[in-house]
Design a protein. Structure first.
Length: 157
């Protein structure tokens, strides 16, 4: 997939590609393209690990998430200045939506298809949603995650 940064600011951290099927969620993280640059984000997902204890007579078992996305999202959020408590709260709120959830009935996913997750550059966020305080706080950091879902071929986007 071709990804273009049409903005004037570099995208902080990493761009995360998440592909969810009925059996698994695979992730790939890459450095985002520079301002006004393009990047092809392929499907070079790490191979899924098969549970050696799985019953070979059963249908293929759903697998958990493969790839580095969870830790890369955490690193990106820390890199833009968020506290560990904020990172944990984000992951708790969004983990199942982004990656699906292993459940007693198999792997429960939220949406089949490909999604991209990245964080807006601070300058872009400031232009889009300016925040002021009176009195001014000692420090103020915020992040805006962008999650774009691309429907599988043949479905409406």
């Amino acid at each position: 997939m071709l990804v273009t940064n049409e903005g004037d600011e570099p995208v902080p951290g990493l761009l995360v590609r998440i592909e969810t099927t009925e059996l698994e969620t695979r992730t790939l993280t890459v450095r985002p393209p520079a301002p006004h640059a393009k990047l092809i984000v392929g499907r070079d997902f790490p191979p899924a690990e098969v549970d050696p204890a799985a019953d070979p007579d059963r249908l293929p078992r759903p697998r958990t998430v493969t790839g580095p996305a969870r830790e890369d999202i955490r690193l990106t959020m820390r890199g833009i200045g968020l506290a560990d408590t904020e990172v944990k709260a984000f992951m708790k709120a969004w983990d199942e939506t982004l990656f699906g959830s292993p459940s007693s009935g198999g792997f429960r996913l939220v949406k089949t298809g490909t999604t991209f997750l990245y964080f807006l550059p601070e300058a872009t966020l400031e232009r889009a949603a300016k925040v002021t305080f009176d009195p001014a706080p000692r420090s103020f950091k915020r992040a805006f995650a962008v999650w774009t879902h691309l429907a599988p071929s043949g479905e409406a986007h």
